[in-house]
Design a protein around this ligand. Structure first.
Ligand SMILES: CC(C)(COP(=O)(O)OP(=O)(O)OC[C@H]1O[C@@H](n2cnc3c(N)ncnc32)[C@H](O)[C@@H]1OP(=O)(O)O)[C@@H](O)C(=O)NCCC(=O)NCCS
Length: 191
């Protein structure tokens, strides 16, 4: 797919040769997040490093600079600004998605590229890709301390789900153990 742009940012599926870099970017992004000081569980590290598995479970998206005049080739060589994973219900790494839902996980933006709309572009592109996957809705969870993420999801139109709790949260000390807030975005129906 080829996505969209708020501010000269293009979102596309990651190429296999980028999978290692995508995993590095997720780790970097979360180290510079509100839970970056906490130890990371082995299960979470395995999920983060398994970019190929996440791509196979739905879609592994990356955001890259798409300045006017840049060829696709130079976009490929440019730095990855951010990433997001879309996982079908039942896939490894899901903890919320039910039938008909796609789960958005591991969205992360390079700390040097934050505050310019990369995160919002990734979330909006994720909604488009989930719709192409035939989903009715996108679900996700975030930590109660993750205020930038909450503002982002609410700005795009996600709604808090007070009655839903993610399954399979990580063990003590894992960032996953933080009080989760669940969000859902209902995709428009297409005839
Ligand atoms: C959450 C995260 C993905 C947001 O990424 P981002 O690229 O900074 O997101 P955006 O740029 O779209 O929005 C961030 C802020 O910049 C603002 N912004 C966006 N474009 C802007 C622009 N062109 N000029 C000025 N400000 C801008 C937004 O309004 C927003 O402001 P707010 O936080 O005060 O509401 C990023 O902080 C991150 O990687 N965090 C660590 C990992 C993480 O926690 N992931 C979420 C797990 S649930």
């Amino acid at each position: 797919m080829s996505g969209t742009s708020l501010t000269g940012v293009r979102v596309r599926e990651a190429a296999p040769h980028e999978y290692e870099r995508v995993a590095d970017l997720v780790e970097l992004g979360f180290r510079h997040g509100p839970y970056g000081h906490l130890p990371v569980s082995a299960a979470r590290t395995a999920l983060v490093r398994d970019s190929a598995g996440r791509a196979a479970a739905g879609a592994l998206l990356v955001a890259v600079d798409a300045a006017p005049g840049l060829t696709e080739e130079s976009e490929e060589l440019a730095a990855l600004l951010g990433t997001a994973s879309l996982l079908r219900a039942g896939a490894p790494g899901t903890r919320l998605a039910q039938s008909g839902e796609v789960e958005l996980r591991l969205i992360a933006v390079d700390p040097a590229a934050r505050g310019r709309g990369v995160g919002e572009t990734l979330v909006r592109a994720s909604l488009d890709v989930a719709a192409q996957m035939g989903a009715e809705a996108v679900v996700l969870d975030t930590g109660s301390l993750n205020l930038p993420a909450q503002r982002l999801y609410e700005r795009v139109g996600f709604h808090r789900q007070l009655d839903r709790v993610p399954a399979n949260l990580g063990g003590p000390g894992s960032p996953d153990a933080i009080a989760p807030l669940v969000y859902r975005y209902t995709l428009p129906r297409h005839p």
